[in-house]
Design a protein around this ligand. Structure first.
Ligand code: NAD
Length: 491
């Protein structure tokens, strides 16, 4: 079984108390209340965090409104705005080790991943959108009559941004980059499990010279702080990442003030391995595509369809990789898998393991809590999974792979699409026709061919069906923070 590692450990920064960041200042929650954030590896309290509620959200929205309407951000020379976003990226780069350690402490992800996966994407995202700030252009339109008609692209206004706990820094960058580049001002509510890196990034934004009120961060709980942000009449748009059931609540509430909404939601992504695939690559990629980040990825390839003739070998080799996987202190550079984010997630995952066993799936590895301290779950593998089992239909958001068997190409598209989610999909084959046919017919916002979880800031990302609304990243991500204004001049 996996072992606790004992090599070099990166020291974690000490954080004991944090406040809300409103109008460029650190302030306690108006209620004076705080909540605890835990280190999921040790279950110890890391920090007391200000518990923002409706009053704090109101103060933050007013600050963001002042910064938008009369403030310098929207009207600033676009090139200067871009330079400030770039400066923020540079400050993050300068303290990337400390930020990675803080992320690991709060979220539990291995520091190796925080440093080598999350941080480079965070920095790249901010630099990419810094470059867009002075390239936002309208069009001239040849309308009938003696008129000159053109469009202006203008920022949506004050945006409320609500993010989950699985990639706290990266989700912050994905939200801030395009909003800042377009000239919007921001009130962000980080996830209650992982508020620390987002708060640190707000401080770095101030140090970079981004004016007060442009970025405000109010930590707190979903229904209170989050709900107040969604309902606030001073907010023009909500950008949300999280569960589809939360998005449904948000969409209903946002309708009252006709807010723009963009949603990045969950998935149950099919990962299809044909017998003609490069099996070494397919096994390594499928393993990474599910177990990376403790299985807490919206894109997790959690329904792995494997062609009959290679099914047994595939399962045997994945089980072997799980056996060798290093679980342990996530601050240790050798650790491959850390704890789940909290006790609730750990218990939810273990309850799905029970369901898998009850419904007749064959447990090939893992299935238990790992150790008795920290929220660790062993890397778990189920074979003989059928399409109707709960472990094949529900988003588990943990290190549980379900392997399903298939016999021919014709059945696989229909089975892959048999879900209300549509976030991502992957196919492993050396046959270019099979690959393109799958890519065209699968109902998902992202399709990977012979690779998994390849992200680039320039490539749009988002979901079909219940997996989302709108796109993040790339030019499409910027569009989501812009209004089109049509101007017609009588000549
Ligand atoms: P969640 O929906 O429970 O919480 C997400 C955020 O919403 C948190 O900040 C929470 O406090 C807030 N929230 C909760 N209730 C609210 C309410 N009534 N009003 C306003 N805000 C509210 O999701 P989670 O469990 O934190 O995250 C896991 C989910 O996120 C998974 O479904 C995962 O697939 C999804 N996710 C999607 C993407 C993507 O890009 N598609 C990325 C990461 C995570």
């Amino acid at each position: 079984m996996a072992t606790i590692t004992d090599s070099i450990t990166i020291a974690a920064p000490q954080v004991r108390h944090t406040q809300c960041f409103i109008d460029g200042k650190w302030v306690d929650a108006s209620s004076g209340k705080t909540f605890e954030t835990l280190n999921p590896a040790t279950e110890e309290v890391i920090a007391e965090v200000a518990e923002g509620d409706a009053a704090d959200i109101d103060a933050a929205v007013k600050a963001a409104r002042r910064a938008f309407d009369g403030g310098p951000w929207r009207t600033m020379d676009a090139r200067d705005r871009g330079a400030l976003i770039y400066k923020l990226a540079e400050l993050i780069e300068q303290e990337k080790e400390a930020l990675a350690a803080l992320e690991t402490l709060d979220n539990g992800k291995p520091i190796k991943d925080a440093l080598n996966a999350d941080l480079p994407l965070v920095i790249d995202c901010l630099k990419y959108y810094a470059g867009w700030a002075d390239k936002i252009q309208g069009a001239t339109i040849p309308i009938r009559g003696d008129y000159f008609c053109y469009t202006r692209r203008e920022p949506v206004g004050v945006v409320g941004q609500i993010i989950p706990w699985n990639f706290p820094m990266l989700m912050t960058a994905w939200k801030w980059g395009p909003a800042l580049a377009s000239g919007c001002t921001i009130v962000m509510k980080p996830a209650e499990q992982t508020p620390l890196t987002c708060l640190r990034m707000a401080q770095l934004a101030k140090e970079a010279g981004i004016p007060d009120g442009v970025i405000n961060v109010v930590p707190g709980f979903g229904p209170t702080a989050g709900g107040s942000l969604v309902a606030h009449p001073g907010v023009d748009k909500i950008a949300f990442t999280g569960e589809h059931t939360t998005a449904q609540i948000i969409m209903k509430s946002a309708a009252d003030t006709m807010k723009r909404v963009t949603f990045e939601l969950g998935g149950k992504s099919p990962n299809v391995v044909f017998a003609d695939a490069d099996l070494d690559a397919a096994i390594a990629g499928s393993h990474f595509g599910l177990y990376f980040n403790q299985g807490q990825c919206c894109t997790a390839g959690s329904r792995v369809f494997v062609e009959d003739s290679i099914y047994d070998e595939f399962c045997k080799r994945v089980a072997g990789m799980n056996h060798d996987r290093k679980l342990g202190n996530p601050l240790d550079m050798a650790t491959e898998q850390g704890p789940q984010v909290d006790q609730r997630q750990m218990e939810k995952i273990l309850s799905y393991v029970d369901l898998g066993k009850q419904q007749g799936a064959k447990l090939l590895s893992g299935g238990n809590r790992f150790g008795d301290k920290g929220f660790y779950v062993e890397p778990t593998l189920f074979a003989d999974v059928t399409d109707d089992m709960k472990i094949a239909t529900d988003e588990i958001f943990g290190p549980v792979m379900s392997v399903l068997r298939f016999k021919d190409q014709d059945e696989i598209i229909q089975r892959a699409n048999n879900t209300f989610y549509g976030l991502a999909a992957a196919v492993w084959t050396q046959d270019v026709k099979k690959a393109h046919r799958f890519a065209a017919e699968v109902r998902a916002g992202t399709v990977w061919v012979n690779c998994y979880d390849v992200f680039d800031t320039a490539a749009p990302f988002g979901g079909f069906k219940m997996s989302g609304l709108g796109r993040e990243l790339g030019a499409a991500g910027l569009d989501a923070y812009l209004e089109n204004k049509t101007v017609t001049v009588n000549l």
